[in-house]
Design a protein around this ligand. Structure first.
Ligand code: ADP
Ligand code: ADP
Ligand code: ZN
Length: 217
């Protein structure tokens, strides 16, 4: 299946993408993760990307789409993928649709993961990430076994540079202004299902699986 996950920062997209990708045996592709690898490696692309991510603004559409579609061109994504955080604008959605059509494919479903603002702030303030392997934990809701150490690879956990309060508020505003209109665009194409992102990780996974089962029928 070819699936897109849309939601405000902190809604649980990355967490759920990892669970669902395992169940569906497709790769989870996160635009944010692709960018963070470039930033960490200090590439020229990474330096360009940081100018936008540091302040919570979106990376330009064409650049973002190039990075993501290049990843989707790898063999493991040939039969399906779960996109986390891309597309985020109508323009990106148009470019993705064109790219998929060029390969004779199309999206099967778009899941909009919703969460109230106060819960978003709780999730983002406690989020910690392992830069080495991309694993995300939460200090209160899903703490690591050893304080400040990644359960997966033992690497040190960090707070994302863009998870500070000011940048979070900007990212929420950018989501409302630029990504919310995309929901209408996908609804018009009969691809959109809404899933409530509140509750425990397994509760949300269960809702998402049920939504996808309905799409497949
Ligand atoms: P979150 O998980 O909090 O939603 P991401 O890790 O997906 O955040 O994205 C981090 C940052 O990377 C965004 O704030 C934005 O600057 C940039 N970014 C990620 N995906 C996109 C996209 N599809 N279009 C433009 N910028 C993006
Ligand atoms: P997104 O990719 O949408 O920005 P994440 O998957 O990174 O969101 O989740 C944001 C934070 O909330 C992380 O610290 C994660 O561990 C935590 N989290 C994710 N889903 C849940 C949940 N259902 N209940 C509690 N915390 C959660
Ligand atoms: Zn790790």
């Amino acid at each position: 299946m070819r699936i897109v996950l849309i939601g405000p920062p902190g809604a649980g997209k990355g967490t759920q993408a990892r669970v669902l990708a395992g169940l569906l045996a497709v790769p989870a592709v996160s635009s944010g993760d692709l960018f963070r690898v470039e930033v960490r490696q200090g590439t020229e692309l990474g330096r360009l990307v940081r100018r936008h991510t540091d302040t919570g603004e979106l990376v330009p559409d064409e650049l973002t789409t190039t990075v993501v579609t290049r990843r989707l061109g790898q063999p493991d994504a040939a039969d399906g993928f779960l996109l986390d955080g891309f597309p985020r604008t109508v323009r990106q959605a148009e470019l993705l649709a064109e790219s998929l059509a060029g390969d004779g494919t199309a999206l099967d479903a778009v899941i909009a993961l919703g969460l109230p603002d106060d819960e978003i702030v709780r999730r983002l303030t406690g989020r910690r990430m392992c830069p080495a392997c991309g694993t995300t934990v939460h200090l209160v809701f899903s703490p690591p076994r050893v304080a400040n150490r990644c359960d997966g690879c033992g690497g040190g956990l960090v707070r994302r540079a863009d998870d500070g309060e000011e940048t979070v508020l900007r990212r929420l505003a950018v989501h409302s202004a630029q990504t919310v209109p995309l929901l209408r665009w996908y609804a018009d194409r009969q691809l959109l299902c809404h899933v409530d992102g509140s509750g425990t990780v397994p509760e949300v996974s269960e809702r998402m699986s049920a939504a996808l089962a309905a799409v497949r029928r």
